[in-house]
Write a protein that binds this ligand. Sequence first.
Ligand code: FAD
Length: 506
Amino acid sequence: MTGAATGPIRKVVIVGGGTAGWMTAAALSRAVSADVSVTLVESEEIGTVGVGEATIPSLLDFNRIIGIDEDAFVRATQATFKLGIRFRDWGRIGDDYLHPFGTHGRDVAGVSFHQLWLRAAARGETATPGPIGDYCLSHVAARLGRFNRPVADPSAVLSTLSYAFHFDAGLYAAYLRTLSKAAGATRVEGRIAGVVRNAETGFIDAVTLADGRRVDGELFVDCSGFRSLLLGDALGVPFTSWQHWLPCDRAWAVPSTRQGPLTPYTRATADRAGWRWRIPLQHRVGNGHVYSSAYSDDDTAVRALLDGLEGTPLAEPRQLRFVAGRRERLWEKNCVAIGLAGGFLEPLESTSIHLIQSGITRLLSLFPDRSFNPVEIAEYNRLLLREYDQVRDFIILHYHATTRSDSPFWDHCRTMTLPASLADKLALWAGNARLFREAGELFTPDSWIAVLLGQGQRPTGCDPLVAALPVGEAAAFLAHLRDVIGRTAAAMPTHETFIAQHCAAP
Ligand code: FAD
């Protein structure tokens, strides 16, 4: 009987075969011993959400864990490289900034680089330091449309480049499916119609399929998407909505033909009641419009998407509905929810796949036995829930840090009451530009700096300790760094050339 039992887990059942399900299967089937079965149940009839196509650099760690050959992966998924996200019209209409991956400059004598830059910018000297993005290699390369892989030598500027991918979600799931099956995972096709719970412990014993088959397990991973079949429906773990902070609840998505050069960045353009994404792939462009149904009707939203397309649509626009938020717990009894079954944060910073990965790696580090130690379950929940909350704050920042007043949507975002955690962070920034990274926090101060400055949030001062660094020396250091970064980026191949030479799809 699960829950009161002892001994190792022998049967893992993953419910759902979207990105979450197959990423989980790929990682677990490699990590567990040969006598543990990993079974994934999915339903072709129900299908997947199929839109998660932009990622962040942490995916490289996941690829390493599951032993992916990067060039083969890029080829198989028609992927492109991503150096950051270009934000248009967020702080005000006409604004255009980049949130790059990687770091800005480097700290000097214990003083953060951005403090040095802020002092130089505030002095308004003749040799102005230029935008802070000029001190980040990923930023400069993205603007120039260039790409190269970083080198390991920490003394080389090229070691500071950081990147992720854009890929075709359908091809990615198929790719992971092949890897998982090769590693021993079993796929069961069928629609789950019921969940069998142990009368004594309330643990899940099995799922039953519409055709009467039964799949028994000891550990269940709920990757059933927005339906949250196990954690939400069967175990009744409540959902906490964050809609008051993140009012967007719908999206239209449409693929289009490629037009122009292959940009190594995602584009996010703010609109009157949300924002539009553009994700370049080798064979097409992914486009979407995320919007709030409280501030825009569906027809207006789909028209805005189609009017903004740069290529020709390749399919009819598809609508998706969601609510920002997460379950109160992500691991309950013998069920862990990973992916949309656990929560959803809109794709503004491409964080959903990262949160899937984080759920998987934490599950591996707290992999249970059949006693399901409550202390370990509580730790998993503490770590994951905190991570969701931290990502939520960073996304809210983009909406709130604006002077836009051209629509009721932006009036709401500009004037809303913030979560206390975010309000505190902004107060620390507003004075002497203090930024601290909490333990386990995904977004580094470099990310916050890019968005805060990109959206016009200039602090009133800077770190008093900057005064210890002579102005002339600091100016020479900045000029040198900017020059080296500019030259390094200019020497890289174009993004298109790099792909053609290393990993073009056939
Ligand atoms: P799904 O893809 O919905 O998979 C659910 C699975 O469960 C399917 O296989 C389905 O068949 C199965 N299932 C459900 N019910 C049953 C049943 N009764 N019986 C059997 N099987 C069942 N993330 C990013 O990281 N980057 C992005 O750019 C990004 N863009 C997004 C844009 C939008 C508009 C949305 C809504 C999401 C976006 N995401 C993005 C999130 C990303 O799409 C998801 O995190 C990712 O696809 C994982 O989804 P999933 O596997 O949890 O769910």
